[in-house]
Each structure stands twice: as C-alpha cells, then as structure tokens.
Design a protein around this ligand. Structure first.
Ligand SMILES: [Zn+2]
Length: 290
C-alpha cells in the first residue's frame, strides 16, 4: 500500500482514486507480488508476498500461520507453503495480527479448505461484527472481500500453544482497536531465539478523517503511543511485522543470500530501535497532521 507523505495535505478522494487504480492492476495480476519463501530461522518461515506478510511456524505438531493476505493472492500463499515443504492441510491455527482486509482476505478459504482454527483478538473480532466497514473499508472496493469467520478469540496476555510453541498475545491498540503483538520462541535444534511480532503499524487508520468516517474514537491515537511503550521492555532477538517494509524484510533477505553464514534477522537490539523509530515517526505524523 502507498505510504503517504505526512507533510502533504491529505485528500481522501485522491488517495482513494490512486489506491483503487493500483488495486485494479494488482487484481489483474496478483503474481507481481509473489515473493520466494524462505526460512527466517529454525522453524520460522516467511511465506508472505511482497506487500503483505505471512509467517509460518512448524511446531512439530502442526503449523501455525500468521495472516492470510488478500483473498486474490491466496494462490501465492498456498504455493509458498508447499514450496517450503509443508502441506496447508497441516495448519492448525491461522492467527490474524489484526482485523484489516489485507490481512484476513483469504481466511475463510483457508478455513473451509484446510479446516484450520481461525484466531483474532476479541476486540478486533467485535470490530468485525459491530463496524465491518472499519475492517473491510470502502478502500478495499473489492467485490470478493468478505469478513472472516473467527473460531477463537484471545484476550490481552493470553497464550496460544501448539507442539513446541507457546505464543503470548498482547493487545497493542492504535492501528486498529484490537491490533496485537505476539511473542514466542523459535528453535533450530541448537539455538532458541525469541521473536517479537508487531501487528499493524501504519498511521493511515488513525487519521482523523478515517476515524470520523468509520466512527472510531480519537482515543486510538493516544493508544498507539501507549501500545508502543507497553511492549518496549520485551526482550527479543528477531523482529517481525505485518508488512515487509516494517522490518526491512527484503534488505535482510538480500544480506542473508549474499552471506549465508550470517543471519541478519537475528538482531537483539532491533526491537528497541524499531519501536523508538516507530514512536518518533508517529509523533511527527501527529504534529504534521494538526
Ligand atoms: Zn492494518
């Protein structure tokens, strides 16, 4: 999705026109977003595309997948799962980082075909029910966009466990009311590293224009800051996000290919640096929007 220059005057109509135009092109040819999947570390894999992240954990007793991307890119995701040597039918949990259309688009299809349990925070699941337009957004202008059926919801701090993996789910409202962060360990038989995964981090959905349009409280703007501070003290070796640019996925992947002996994804200082940068950019955005 296009990032908006915070210094530019925001025109919703222009933004929407531009967005729909790009989206139609993307609809005609979703393969432009294909990204070769790869192992990030141990039992953690990148299976998303160039625009929206999906991650896979092999727990030893089934697979956990985070986010299902757009509905029309489902074949890219399925292809990536097979390419990494897994069968999508082994997905036990499909966990959604938050309730926005670009992250849950293919959820119902995965659920129908592979019988996985779909998961989302209770707060965002309620948003789907009470304010579906705030989840689908008219921006999606997508004839095949539909709301996901959520089988299991979680509260702040709840653990989702499967096989060798326990995922701690932490609410980080702001980008959406029930946006979430996730903390869990990954391993390769010798080493164990802790992953910190921040869900939605874009600022567009807390613009006053958007909040007004979808009737969300302005308090989400302050929640965004509080959420960053809430998870700041967590210890993490690997940082993930819900869009590739959020954690410099492609730059790290390139470095990994150039030097297979090193793993740039393992970076214990990254979480702190990431949140510091996010907070600074967010504060700048707030000032510029006034
Ligand atoms: Zn989002």
């Amino acid at each position: 999705m296009r990032s908006v220059n915070p210094n530019q005057k925001f025109s919703y109509d222009e933004f929407k026109r531009d967005y729909v135009e790009r989206k139609m092109m993307f609809h005609r040819k979703p393969s432009i977003a294909y990204c070769k999947p790869f192992r990030i570390f141990g039992n953690l894999y990148y299976i998303g595309d160039k625009r929206v992240c999906s991650h896979l954990i092999d727990t030893g007793e089934g697979l956990i997948v985070f986010d299902s991307g757009y509905q029309h890119t489902i074949h890219l995701l399925v292809q990536s799962i097979w390419e990494m040597g897994f069968n999508p039918a082994d997905i036990k949990y499909l966990i959604h980082t938050h309730g926005h259309f670009d992250h849950f688009g293919a959820s119902n299809e995965f659920r129908a075909l592979y019988k996985c349990t779909t998961v989302m925070s209770r707060v965002d699941t309620e948003m789907l029910r009470d304010k579906p337009e705030g989840a689908l957004m008219e921006l999606s202008s997508d004839p095949d966009a539909e709301l996901p059926i959520i089988d299991k919801t979680f509260e702040d701090g709840e653990i989702i466990a499967l096989g060798n993996t326990s995922i701690r789910c932490v609410l980080t409202p702001g980008h959406s009311p029930g946006n979430s962060a996730f903390f869990f360990d990954v391993r390769d038989g010798k080493q164990t590293y802790t992953v910190a995964y921040f869900g939605g981090a874009g600022f567009n959905w807390v613009r006053k224009g958007f909040l007004d349009r979808y009737n969300f409280p302005y308090s989400l703007r302050n929640d965004f800051i509080k959420s960053i501070d809430k998870v700041r003290g967590e210890k993490a070796d690997i940082v993930l996000g819900s869009h590739p640019g959020q954690y410099n996925l492609f730059e790290k992947r390139k470095r990994m290919e150039e030097n297979p002996q090193s793993n740039p994804f393992i970076d214990p200082g990254k979480w702190e640096r990431y949140l510091t940068g996010l907070k600074a950019r967010y504060q700048e955005f707030l000032v510029n929007e006034e």
